[in-house]
Design a protein around this ligand. Structure first.
Ligand SMILES: NC(=O)c1ccc[n+]([C@@H]2O[C@H](COP(=O)([O-])OP(=O)(O)OC[C@H]3O[C@@H](n4cnc5c(N)ncnc54)[C@H](OP(=O)(O)O)[C@@H]3O)[C@@H](O)[C@H]2O)c1
Length: 265
């Protein structure tokens, strides 16, 4: 029997990419999945081949951080005990810091960092009271290494690592686990949706994401990491420079920064 059978899982950013694929993988393993993103129509369409009793759809804009607490309370009231939260929704960036409007930083921090912190804060008392749970967050290799055009995105994703590495040590006593997923390139719309210096979506898919893992491959590795209660899992295709860069940054920082000046990722 699958480890996930009967477990109740919240997936944010379930309308596309990694979130959609991971939600489907959870469903295939017998979990009950609560799907969250802004685009209700897309979620209805994507999941129409699954048994409608096995998932629920909740359209919600996570940029409205101040509404997350009441949203999570409503989810728990309606859906009952939650076993796993997958904080997945996020937005990337493509632009040099010197050109970028700081409003873009606010937008990225709100979704990629503050919404995750608030969602976690709101669900934690529930998991602590039932003495079990797992909080899984999709960060990025950009949360482990800095690179050109990603100063705001990396700020948010690095912050997640600092935040969860601290919180993990506090909540393990309640049998609540923290898992951080740091993907390299995965073939999704993340590159197209990335915010440029002026805050417009980049709009093109020309930065190599389609050469990375498929979202299904990523989803399978994510489920394995969750099942093993990994603290941190870097997931990337074997030939993706991103995972190699994480180790070069640790072991040979001078080489890393030499390369980082030359590579556009
Ligand atoms: N793909 C990669 O190469 C890669 C690498 C490293 C990390 N990641 C991380 O993986 C996560 C998923 O990204 P993806 O690659 O699957 O990109 P994606 O296809 O663009 O998916 C992003 C998801 O986030 C949701 N979202 C965006 N803004 C939202 C908001 N304000 N409120 C609620 N949901 C929102 C989107 O749904 P709606 O538009 O319907 O709201 C969508 O479902 C992100 O955290 C990203 O940083 C991706």
């Amino acid at each position: 029997m699958s480890y996930f059978k009967g477990k109740k899982v919240i997936v944010t950013g379930a309308s596309s990419g990694i979130g959609e694929a991971t939600a489907k993988e959870f469903l295939l393993h017998g979990a009950k999945v609560i799907l969250v993103s802004r685009n209700e129509k897309k979620m209805i369409h994507s999941f129409n081949s699954f048994d409608s009793k096995s998932f629920s759809i909740y359209p919600f804009d996570l940029n409205n951080v101040e509404n997350i607490d009441s949203f999570v309370k409503m989810l728990i009231d309606k859906e009952g005990p939650i076993d796993i939260l997958f904080n997945n929704a996020g937005i990337s960036q493509f632009g040099y810091f010197e050109d970028s409007d700081l409003l873009v930083l606010n937008k990225i921090m709100d979704l990629d960092f503050f919404s995750v912190v608030q969602f976690t804060k709101s669900i934690l008392p529930h998991m602590i009271s039932k003495k079990s749970g797992q909080i899984v967050t999709n960060t990025s290799v950009a949360g482990l290494i800095g690179s050109r055009n990603r100063s705001f995105y990396s700020s948010a994703k690095f912050a997640l690592h600092g935040f969860f590495d601290s919180v993990r040590s506090e909540i393990i006593q309640h049998n609540v686990h923290v898992t951080l997923i740091a993907p390299g390139r995965v073939a999704t719309d993340v590159g197209k949706n990335a915010l440029t210096a002026s805050g417009q979506p980049y709009g093109k898919d020309d930065r190599g994401h389609n050469k990375g893992l498929t979202s299904r491959q990523a989803a399978r590795r994510i489920l394995t990491a969750i099942k093993r209660k990994k603290r941190e899992a870097v997931i990337a295709k074997w030939n993706d420079i991103a995972w190699l860069a994480v180790y070069i940054r640790k072991l040979a920082p001078r080489l890393y920064f030499f390369l980082a000046r030359r590579i556009v990722a």
